[in-house]
Design a protein around this ligand. Sequence first.
Ligand code: AMP
Ligand code: ZN
Length: 500
Amino acid sequence: MKQIDKHPVSITNSLTGKKEIFKPITPGFVSMYVCGPTVYNDVHLGNVRTFLTFDIVSRYFRFLGYKVRYVRNITDVGHLENDADEGEDKIAKKARLEQLEPMEIVKYYTEGFHEVMRQFNILPPSIEPSATGHIVEQIEITKKLLEKGLAYESNGSVYFNVRKYNEENHYGILSGRNIEELMASGRELDNQDEKREKIDFALWKKASPYHIMRWPSPWGDGFPGWHIECTVMSTKYLGETFDIHGGGMDLKFPHHECEIAQATGATGKAPVNYWLHSNMLTVNGQKMSKSLGNSFLPRELFAGTHKLLDKGYGPMAVRFFMLQSHYSSTLDFSNEALQAAEKGFKKLINALGLLKRVEPAPGAKTSEISSEFNRLTEECYRNMSDDFNTAKTLAVLFEMASRINDLKSGNIKLADLDGDTFATFKSTFIGFVENVLGLQEESEQNDETLKGTIELLIELRKKSRTDKNFALSDKIRDDLKKLGIQVKDGKDGEMTYSFE
Ligand code: AMP
Ligand code: ZN
């Protein structure tokens, strides 16, 4: 039986609030869209938590044998300040302040975002479309919503008519909000007269003469509203209805509620079968956010330079720290938790190294120990298939790590284990640690700068040998050894190195 059939995955669907067995539209194929970053700022650790959640989701589906088409966008226009329909475009504002072209801002922060994703071993999506690359489609859907009477033009801008939509549909289906309450609680907007009602939201905004990011449209020069880009890019690449839509919990309303309304209004179909929301990373109980001033940048975390940190932590220890909680719970940052995570991560990686060196002994034996090993293997799948429970999966991996240490100490004899059981145990442990949870040895071994520096020292050592300066050659070898880097001399003066 294939892993896909053996391990049905359950997902807590924000649309129903219930845990449901995942049934893809196309068997064996998962279509997934996740709201990506707005590229006007460095990503902070909170953003990383959300992208990590969906990295795990896509990795696990792939591990089970699904084909996954994962689309994650880049918001490079249209996201206004305070997530509202008023104020300046976040990217245009940064460009104005730094006297740069908006696309210079976009390129700089997109590259920074990719670098952070790479450091945390968050795999790239299958498609990474940008809002500015889909202006035509955003204009087209806006026209369609106007034709259907679900939008109206006002002073060169176009707004979605929430009340009209709600006559035949349910605005609030995802967030549980009630439009009458929203009307009562909505704050006054400066250009209230442009919108018919406070809850209406922009599909297209008229550009003021000074607005730099602008495109021609049937309603004059302007730019798209924030929500419409995700509707356009998700349905363009995944179809009018696709399997999973994800994002941080804070995007549920208004962003995702508006996405549902726009897509349902345009196509008559619900766009998404399963909505998944990742909970917030908090600092002393408060959401980590740039505007609250409590955010850390990944580089501050690695270097330990932030005032709330007592030392630096590597990206893998941080990844481990985040995986110790379920994505649907809030996760509070703390030095103590990070320190514990660093220890736990090392323990797991040590067990991984040990296990890689153990080969199953030939011959089939059946024993109580074999059934214990089989149980642990099954539990990894059971916990991950239970709504991607990384916390419980890690707990099982620790039990497995103890068994691996028992094998090393001789408490358990390999000869008492059934060969197939051990082989499955081994491939499951390695697969869950490396492929599903994406944990790998801490980056010093992967750091390009470090590698380059070692190679340079090795070149100098070769040169010192040719010059018969053996004292220097030995010094380089011995000093590298003190740093945990072993240089081995091969044939014909070749040298290789490894980390101890
Ligand atoms: P932004 O670039 O602000 O649009 O955010 C990118 C993603 O990070 C969105 O999915 C947000 O929901 C998510 N996000 C923002 N702050 C946090 C936080 N403190 N914890 C977890 N996710 C967050
Ligand atoms: Zn979005």
